[in-house]
Design a protein around this ligand. Structure first.
Ligand code: AP5
Ligand code: NA
Length: 346
């Protein structure tokens, strides 16, 4: 990083979750009716998972929550604290203290709303070999309200930011808050970035997703999420990822002077950048099997690396290459964590 960035230039909203991660036998998933690559919200029948993981398996606690992951990675690359501000809701408990400490240590300026009667949200990360299945118990994260954004100090943070990033996951929590941030971004002609986050968002939360889409300047997603969006839209089943990307960027947009961009990742295959009807590919450096610890958080880290460059006004080319660098790095570390100093060269 060369010149100093404005503090709070980037604002993110999402679910602050503490990940409880452990290797489990397949039977564990079967018992809960889960698949190896799920990302789901916990229902009543999933509630025993968390205690079972802690008591019966080698569980690790890691700071999680998709947007917080991305902001922590962005901060790691930027090496200047408090560039990123985060809003989300936690409880009043030890887990919240862990999240607060992890955010602070990473340089993320977290302004949590606190729901005193609800435990902090957790995400079970069930590892079966190279697969991972996620089950999020949002708990306090689900208690986020727009009042928090209306507090004068928080409102000032939003007004002062230049870039905004919100996950699709947050659509299950508080669409009015998303619409508020999106409208502010639009009024100030500042970029609003969003993530498709998981197939279930398109399957079950299409209405609020489509409501915010006209404000979205950059939409991120992986293959499965893009296909889930296409299916939920009733687009032809044989559309490939490029065609889905072209249709995503062609959806109605309020600020038509800044056409939407879609950035779709596909694991170790090239990242697709879709602008107008043009598709560009950015290759991924394939990691050797022995280098991979787990791919958990790869998508979040990609966005984090992207954001670190984007807020510096770098070209999309540099942003995407930094996204791939960051994702590659966290794959060599447990969960969405990093080690050492960043080594990204434009
Ligand atoms: P998880 O879904 O694991 O994270 P993710 O960031 O989406 O990572 P994935 O591994 O699914 O990656 P991807 O498929 O998005 O990307 P792709 O493979 O294309 O979730 C982690 C977090 O989600 C947890 O911390 C949890 O707290 C949170 N969460 C769950 N539910 C939530 C909820 N309801 N609300 C909020 N948070 C929630 O890869 C992306 C990039 O990675 C590629 O472009 C490439 O650069 C790189 N890459 C991938 N594979 C390789 C490879 N083999 N070699 C080299 N590079 C690779
Ligand atoms: Na990892």
């Amino acid at each position: 990083m060369t010149s100093k960035l404005q503090e709070g230039i980037l604002v993110g909203c999402g679910n602050p979750l503490l990940d409880i991660s452990a290797p489990v036998p397949l039977k564990f998933l079967e018992d809960y009716g889960m698949n190896v690559d799920d990302a789901i919200l916990a229902e009543e029948r999933h509630m025993p998972i968390y205690r079972q993981l802690v008591e019966g398996y080698q569980a690790e606690y890691l700071a999680g929550g998709s947007v917080q992951n991305s902001l922590r990675i962005a901060q790691w690359i930027l090496r200047q604290p408090n560039v990123a501000v985060f809003f989300g809701c936690v409880g009043q408990d030890d887990y919240a203290d862990i999240l607060r400490e992890k955010a602070r240590a990473a340089g993320v300026d977290a302004h949590y709303q606190v729901s005193p009667d609800t435990p902090t949200g957790t995400c079970a990360v069930l590892i079966t070999g190279t697969h991972r299945s996620l089950c999020a118990n949002l708990a306090a994260a689900n208690k986020f309200t727009i009042d928090h954004l209306e507090q004068p100090a928080n409102k000032a943070l939003i007004d002062n930011a230049q870039y905004y990033y919100i996950s699709g996951f947050f659509l299950t929590v508080n669409p009015p808050s998303i619409m508020r941030v999106a409208a502010t971004a639009n009024a100030k002609q500042r970029p609003f970035l969003m993530n498709l986050s998981a197939p279930f968002i398109s399957q079950y939360f299409m209405e609020p997703l489509l409501a915010v889409m006209p404000y979205v300047d950059i939409i991120f997603g992986n293959e499965a999420e893009a296909h889930a969006f296409a299916t939920a839209q009733g687009w032809p089943a044989d559309l490939d990822l490029r065609e889905i990307g072209k249709r995503l960027v062609a959806l109605p947009k309020i600020n038509s002077e800044r056409p939407r961009i879609a950035i779709l990742t596909q694991g170790c295959d090239p990242v697709l950048l879709i602008q107008h009807d043009k598709v560009q590919e950015f290759p991924v450096t394939r990691l050797a099997v022995h280098e991979i610890v787990d791919t958990n958080g790869a998508g979040d880290a990609f966005v984090g690396g992207f954001l670190a460059q984007y807020v510096q006004g770098k070209s999309l080319d540099v942003c995407i290459r930094c996204g791939n660098y960051a994702a590659g790095h966290i794959i060599k570390n447990p969960g969405c964590t990093y080690s050492g100093e960043p080594e990204f060269n434009e």
